[in-house]
Design a protein around this ligand. Structure first.
Ligand code: AR6
Length: 190
């Protein structure tokens, strides 16, 4: 199931919230700063423990890492690093799609039944919301469709209810309107 919420992701009582982090993964501005503030200093300590894959990089662009949520209502924070937008011709769409895929896969691996995702890359990293939201919706729908098909195979029947709730958490009314538009005119939501 897909939902759109306009508001502050740090207040949501879901299994996981996604953080639009940077590669060092030790906090920053935007939603990253808000999540660290709300989760408390334990989150910073947990991020420090995530091994660096190379100096100064805990999470390469497009990948995802998981930590507990500490003081948040969410059990987990899934940190992903979106691309910095240049012109859309430098691999940005593929990297952004990978953020959604990898974050959702990590949530599923950790048994999450609900996940809230902000508009990754569309703030400080400058990705145009219309383009980013199309990728987000496509990837989430694809993930849910594949997951439902897979779960149905395992159960030998169609799942009786949606297996994961995915919430697009938009900070602004304008961003929420972009998602509303995409979801209202697209294929049926899984
Ligand atoms: N809840 C939900 N969405 C929020 C919140 C919030 N509390 N605060 C901001 N947003 P950004 P990026 C929205 O800039 O573009 C950081 O410094 C915001 O309106 O947070 O991926 C990191 O450390 C926008 O729609 O992330 C990186 O260095 C969306 O979250 C860099 O910024 C993403 O904006 C990542 O830039």
């Amino acid at each position: 199931m897909i939902k759109i919420i306009q508001g502050d992701i740090t207040t949501l009582a879901v299994d996981a919230i996604v953080n639009a982090a940077n590669q060092v993964m030790l906090g920053g501005g935007g939603v990253d700063g808000a999540i660290h503030d709300a989760a408390g200093p334990e989150l910073y300590k947990a991020c420090l423990k995530v091994p660096e894959v190379r100096p100064g990089v805990r999470c390469p662009t497009g990948e995802a890492r998981i930590t507990p949520g500490f003081k948040l209502s969410a059990k987990y924070v899934i940190h992903t690093v979106g691309p910095v937008y240049r012109d859309g011709q430098h691999g940005e769409p593929e990297k952004l799609a990978a953020c959604y895929r990898n974050s959702l896969a990590l949530a599923a691996e950790n048994g999450c039944k609900s996940i809230a995702i902000p508009c990754i890359s569309t703030g400080i990293y400058g990705y145009p919301i219309e383009d980013a939201a199309k990728i987000a919706v496509r990837e989430v729908k694809g993930f849910l469709a594949a997951k439902n098909a897979n779960d149905a195979k395992g159960e030998g029947r169609a799942p009786s209810r949606p297996q994961m709730e995915v919430i697009f958490c938009c900070f602004s009314e304008r961003d929420a309107a972009v998602y509303e538009q995409l979801l209202s005119c697209g294929d049926p939501v899984v």
